[in-house]
Design a protein around this ligand. Structure first.
Ligand code: GDP
Length: 195
């Protein structure tokens, strides 16, 4: 049976944010997306919103250090695209800046996101920084889930093994298998986001 969810009718970029800015505290619910560079975070946001180019796919890793705000359904909520982290070739200072920005949003900005979607690559699994993210999300009491993206790349056997490992690493946090390419997981994510 198809899961019930609200459809996204409109999505528009609002602004990039660094530090304390009024948009963070305007009362509009925030759904944040976080993940390593190249896990398909931009592609997942595009898939959810049904917009091919809302977020540019294949951006140079580490280039964005801002929080990018998108207005969903004419201000019903914001999607907040956090900078991608952990790409090996990004210089250490920039890496540190990105990490600080993410942790600032989750720990110190005093926002209470409605949901944080931690996106991982289903094949690569949960990395050390993903585990740190999960710990922070739990400690802060932020509602969250793990999105196991690029699941389309795995055959049935690999898929079962990958999901088992990700579920073990995620503990009590829900895990949603997802493919930005095939659209798998879209209904489940939209239901969790409850736009
Ligand atoms: P980001 O850096 O996390 O925002 O990742 P992007 O959305 O830019 O995607 C990185 C690369 O992975 C691109 O080449 C995408 O086309 C590809 N990609 C993203 N999601 C999927 C997916 O679900 N399946 C497959 N096969 N490729 C994907």
């Amino acid at each position: 049976m198809a899961q019930e969810h609200t459809e996204i009718r409109s999505a528009a970029f609002v602004r990039g944010v660094i530090g304390t800015t009024p948009i963070l505290y305007d009362g509009v619910p925030q759904v944040a997306f976080v993940g390593r560079s190249n896990v398909g975070k931009s592609s997942v946001i595009n898939m959810l919103t049904g917009r091919k180019n809302l977020v540019k796919v294949g951006k140079t890793p580490g280039k964005t250090t801002e929080l990018n705000f998108f207005s969903i359904n004419d201000g019903a909520c914001y999607f907040v695209d956090l900078p991608g982290y952990g790409y090996a070739r990004v210089d250490p200072k920039r890496k540190e800046k990105i990490k600080k920005m993410i942790l600032w949003y989750l720990l110190y900005a005093e926002v209470t996101p409605r949901l944080v979607a931690l996106i991982v690559d289903a094949k690569a699994g949960v990395t050390a920084f993903d585990t740190e993210m999960l710990r922070v999300l739990r400690e802060q009491g932020h509602p969250h889930l793990v999105v196991a993206n690029k699941i389309d790349k795995l055959n049935q056997k690999e898929r079962a093994a990958a999901l088992k490992a990700i579920r073990a690493a995620a503990g009590e946090s829900p895990v949603v298998p997802c493919s930005a390419t095939s659209g798998e997981g879209r209904a489940a994510l939209l239901a969790a986001i409850a736009v």
